[in-house]
Write a protein that binds this ligand. Structure first.
Ligand code: ADP
Ligand code: MG
Length: 251
């Protein structure tokens, strides 16, 4: 509920790139158990805000708190340790490794899937199978990740992200390029994770999908928050206007 301590809160986040202000005094409350939609046209600042939350960039001004405690990140690993995990739009999987290996290896990096050779494959497969099953995902842990369809790849990314037991899971355009039925597999999983108490920050260009899946919605335009509303107060028309940047009579 909104009276609970936010999982993650930003206050007055400002980020400049040279003379350009990409984010201006952004306040965001991400509550446990809620799916929070983040909308805005290209260049509005969504990815920059995500980068601040996940420790990829440091804001010029403003504060970040996790479960009420002030934090400051200079590395993504610090954000992850604090319980903030991001699923980037670009699918980061090892196509030639099994689903199970993709769940248990550390994130892809320049050195490749380090440490796999030392792992107990049977235990890994059992752990991956348990995790996939707990998420209601019927994906064979032995399949090669490269053979999965787009939605399954995204679901696999979610499964892997959950291994670090995040309190906030951020998904940047997880349904981009998916058909409606496939996208629904993602949003259904997201709703289930929120029901289990996670805070979710969900970025999407599909406003119908945002309306359907989000408890609260924040709209950014030119780096500023132009609206914060409850999902059940929003309409497709209102969201479209917010994204397009038109003047609103009653916003
Ligand atoms: P969105 O994800 O909403 O499309 P971004 O957060 O990616 O928007 O970008 C917001 C604005 O900040 C854009 O105008 C973009 O060009 C600018 N920007 C983002 N990152 C950088 C950077 N590293 N250097 C300079 N400008 C940047
Ligand atoms: Mg972006």
């Amino acid at each position: 509920s909104s009276s609970a301590v936010p999982a993650v809160r930003t206050a007055g986040i400002t980020k400049r790139f040279g003379a350009f202000t990409a984010l201006s005094e952004v306040d965001l409350d991400l509550a446990p158990g809620e799916v929070h939609g983040l909308i805005g046209s290209n260049g509005a600042g969504k990815s920059t805000l995500i980068k601040v939350l996940c420790g990829a960039i440091t804001p010029d001004e403003g504060t970040l708190t996790v479960a009420g405690d002030p934090v400051s990140f200079t590395l993504p690993a610090q954000a992850e340790r604090a319980g903030i995990t991001v699923i980037h739009q670009e699918t980061q999987l090892f196509p030639d490794l099994s689903v199970a290996d993709n769940v248990v290896v550390s994130r892809p990096n320049l050195r490749g899937p380090a440490g796999l050779g030392l792992r107990d494959r049977r235990a890994d497969r059992a752990e991956a199978a348990r995790l996939l099953e707990s998420l209601g995902l019927t994906i064979d842990p032995g399949r090669l990740a490269g053979t999965l369809d787009l939605a399954e790849k995204k679901l696999l990314q979610v499964a892997r992200a959950l291994r670090s037991k995040p309190r906030l899971l951020i998904l940047d355009e997880p349904t981009a390029a998916l058909e409606a039925r496939q996208a629904r597999r993602i949003t259904t999983l997201i709703r289930g994770l929120a029901a289990d108490g996670l805070a979710i920050l969900f970025v999407s260009h599909n406003l119908d999908e945002v309306l359907e899946s989000c408890d609260r919605i924040t709209a950014l335009r030119d780096g500023r928050t132009v609206a914060r509303l409850a999902g059940d107060q929003a309409t497709p028309h209102l969201l479209a206007e917010l994204v397009a940047g038109q003047q609103l009579a009653n916003a």
